[in-house]
Design a binder for this molecule. Structure first.
Ligand SMILES: Cc1ncc(COP(=O)(O)O)c(C=O)c1O
Length: 391
């Protein structure tokens, strides 16, 4: 491997949220969705080189940004897009708000599939819309499936205007199949609901699974959707706050642009542009190598949990480095579960209930860390669970 993913980096000195100063030193943080890996050397070098120049005034808006996004979609997922379709924002999340402002009236409804990334709910409610949930349902193997009958009911509601989709899905680790995406797309077309496909985890599929950009499936789907991307999850550059939306439909694009301009939210950052462009034009090798590394992390934890902590269940992860641990057999209330992980196992995971009521009894573990950290974390968890049995 060109990149050393085993390197243990002290992130406490880098003002990062995951290891914020008040975080207890004896707890391993495995929560917020960034990695503990160094960025590709190409990004580090580009940033260092630009930082040598002493002026950091307003940057030009070069079209390299849009071209870089188009290149990535084509090379990685075979989706040919026109760079004109690409819109900048300081992350993926602002586009959810823009979509509500552009395509819904106050009181209209947005469909989400919980348990799901919490801001989907917050942004909907905080921008005057109502939530309709189409909970994902576990089959006998713990794999989450879409309840299409219920989805149709929710989409049929005349006030439903938007469908917020996480694909790959955070936190249930699904990379939705062509069949699933096609059924979703057809239902949304039938009921005139626009699909906002949050594909921020697109690069993070495990062997045997692959990512399909929603809008690449058909021209009709493309005209009824926007696809959201950000190299942040893959290249550990979330702190540069630079994401993009791909909006093939010109009218939709213009409507989003009006909202962006009305709110004067178009200012780009020098380092955000630079890291985004470098990631999407020079760092394919890093995305490949990181997935090879994460594949082994994932295999390690799947085997470990299955053989040594059978009270915790983990369905087969298809995508993302955020693993959804089913802890219901530990028979704890949610506050007890959180305390158990933090105080007994000394591990800082995300509380599953923050992803919706459907996440009660679950915890989300970020495995984008060096193997040594993962091994230590699992040993701690095994020990803490064994001690429970002794009580
Ligand atoms: C599904 C999903 N969407 C969006 C984000 C955040 O996106 P951004 O930082 O680009 O706003 C995350 C971060 O964890 C995420 O998991």
């Amino acid at each position: 491997m060109k990149h050393n993913f085993d390197e243990l980096i002290d992130r406490r000195v880098s003002e990062c949220k995951k290891y914020e100063p008040s975080y207890p030193k004896d707890v391993i943080p495995m929560w917020i969705a960034d990695t503990d890996f160094a960025v590709p050397e190409e990004i580090a070098e580009a940033i260092q080189k630009r930082a040598e120049h002493p002026c950091f005034g307003y940057p030009v808006e070069s079209f390299e940004f849009e071209r870089a996004a188009a290149r990535w979609e084509k090379v990685r997922f075979g989706w040919e897009i026109d760079p004109e379709w690409v819109k900048y924002s300081n992350g993926v999340l602002p586009f959810l708000m823009y979509a509500i402002r552009a395509f819904a009236y106050p009181g209209d409804k947005v469909v989400i599939q919980p348990p799901v990334y919490p801001p989907f709910q917050a942004i909907t409610k905080n921008n005057g819309c109502q939530l309709l949930t189409n909970p994902l349902i576990q089959d006998d193997n713990g794999k989450y499936q879409i309840d299409f009958e219920d989805l149709e009911e929710k989409l049929k509601d005349p006030r439903t205007k938007l469908f917020f989709m996480s694909n790959p899905h955070n936190p249930v680790m699904r990379a939705f199949t062509l069949e699933e995406l096609t059924r979703i797309g057809e239902l949304c077309l039938k009921y005139h609901v626009i699909v906002i496909a949050d594909e921020i985890h697109c690069d993070l599929t495990y062997k045997g699974y692959h990512h399909i950009p929603f809008a690449s499936i058909s021209e009709e789907f493309a005209q009824n959707s926007m696809v959201l991307i950000n190299p942040s999850k893959t290249f550990n550059i979330a702190g540069f706050r630079t994401g993009a939306a791909i909006i093939p439909n010109k009218k939709m694009r213009d409507n989003i642009q009006i909202i962006i301009e009305d709110n004067k939210n178009y200012g780009r950052t020098i380092f955000g542009m630079l890291s985004f462009i470098t990631a999407y034009t020079e760092c394919d090798y890093y995305a490949d190598e990181m997935m090879d590394y994460l594949e082994e992390n994932k295999n390690y934890i799947v085997d470990f949990i299955r053989n040594r902590i059978p009270k915790i269940k983990l369905a087969e992860p298809e995508a993302t480095y955020l693993l959804w641990l089913d802890c219901r057999d530990l028979q704890m209330t949610q506050p007890e579960l959180k305390t158990f992980f933090f105080e007994k196992a000394k591990l800082g995971l995300n509380d599953g209930a923050t992803f919706g009521i459907e996440g009660t009894g679950f915890m989300r573990m970020n495995i984008a860390c060096p193997r040594a950290t993962l091994v230590e974390a699992l040993n701690r968890l095994e020990k803490a669970v064994n001690e429970l049995n002794k009580c």
